[in-house]
Design a protein around this ligand. Sequence first.
Ligand code: GLA
Length: 656
Amino acid sequence: MSPSLADVTRGRILFGGDYNPEQWPEETWHEDVRLMKEAGVNSVTLGVFSWSRLEPEPGAREFGWLDRLMDLLHEHGVGVVLATPTASPPPWMGRLHPDTLPRDADGRVEWWGGRQHFSHSSATYRRYAAAITEDLAARYAGHPALTMWHINNEYCTFDHGDEAAAAFRRWLREKYGTLDALNSAWGTDFWSQGYDTWDGILPPRRPHYMKNPGQVLDFRRFTSDMLLECCTAERDIVRRHTPHLPVTTNFMPLWTGQDGWRWAREEDVVSVDLYPDPRDPLGAQRGALVQDLTRSQARGPWMLMEQAAGPVNWRGVNHPKPRGLNRLWSFQAVARGADAVCYFQWRQSRQGAEKFHSGMVSHAGPEGRTFQEVKRLGADLARVADQVSGTRITADVAILHDWHSWWAGDHEGRLSTRVDYPEVLTAWHRALWEAHLTADFAHPEDDLSGYRLVVVPQLYLLTDSALANLLAYTREGGTLVCGFLTGVVDEDDRVRPGGMDARLRELFGIRTLHEWWPLDAGETVACEGFRGTLWSEEIEPAPGAAETVPYRGGELDGLPAVLRRDRAWYLSTLPEPDALRSLLAGIAAGAGVRPVLDGLPHGVEAVRRGDLLFLLNHGREPVTVPVPGTHRELLDGTDVTDTVTLGRYGVAVLRS
Ligand code: GLA
């Protein structure tokens, strides 16, 4: 069996963060470990950005400082997630080897001086990355502090340079075999783009006018694959040295650049970085979405690799977390399956680009509110850890999501640039979240038979096997709800006849989809009982096939906004939030799906994990939550009967 997060947690919740001690004198390291102990920190990630320290000039190795740190952390009982430092090559690499630097679509070089300035296709970069990884793994394989490997950091670069172009051609040859097949898949007869030689193919560099969508889609697939090759090359090296230790790489939340389903299969531990905006009224829900997605990628417990104890510094305006919010959002992650609650970063930097980004120890020091709250959180997590760690969440609802469909639907030539896939996904997840219906995410080709309800906010691209999967799911009694722009194209981004796959039209009782009618900013469309936003459609239903909810007024008056045929529903618009919530709640009830708890006051989130019920108050006012029966509240260690009161941003963890 391959190693997993459970091998590291051993019944605990990991608590800690990125630790960048090379920014501090050694005296500070001693204060750090003392404070870590005080806060209950049991895990730190070392070395994420240490390459220029470890290899100050080509081929040199400076491990002494890291040896001392590993020993110090071990002496203080802090486990180390050791990172390969390959996300930020030292300046000498770009200077001596310009071929390691990526280029954007305009041909501009991404220079050193920031980070992530590496070309995934560069043989030179890969050689240096492999060499430092090899030496790091060999040196620390037997170190008792080492618990896990962290490969690179937030893989996210695109490269349009020459070496990437050659790699793109190789990737395409492998995929298509012949130029005829490529020309057909990309529809190159449009605008005279037919290729007569592989050498003529480029990454989608900036053309005079719109890019070929097939080329763009394949470039995104290629980029995800190339970054994954970099990642698995390093993973394989560390695995060779420590086959018993798990390996992870941290994802960005709902990030477009990687096929997150495919990547997750290559990791022992799935981890994510999560930074909802404390001022965003939907911050908690956006967090929940990423947590649900990460849990689904992990198919079990996952690791919150990074969050902020206070403000970030990369939004226009960066707000701190009000008192209690850090604890609340940390418990939300645990409720939704995290077995690790970690931060970027341990100690706030005094220099560098992120010196105004918070740390667990802020500029205010150990007396500051941030560290005091971190300490309290560490103690609270320790109180529930043995009852939470390793337990699972069961969901009756699946939300289908696919990166390839996102990429294809994102093309500049689409009918409305207002249709933003992540926002559509968020709107649907929000409706379920507000209805207290716990949902997993799933790939459209996954086995869906364990779910009573499957929702498809928008899968513009559906492969033949995904279509067959959805049809089989409904045939076998599942309830399916699809949003607009679903099933429009095949896997080459070729529009399916009729603008929606014929089998799907049949499923929903649609005879003809005459036109798509996107809506302008601020425009809504009246439907019977609610208003639609973003999109509408001119649909002619198949006579007698479906029950419908019509549009009212305007061009589409009387035509169906919502169609339902047996257990298959189609929404040709995005209902306003309240309407989408009650629609999905009603459909879920019909499918036998119950909310986590009835009678929850506004702003309270409830999640069941294993035998525990987590209650989270996202409001600043105290609330009383009905919880029939007697339960043990694990944070206070008291018994509660029939109701529990949650203070401002309060949390309760109940065992019945
Ligand atoms: C990411 C990175 C960190 C840091 C934080 C700041 O998550 O992985 O190195 O830059 O963002 O929010």
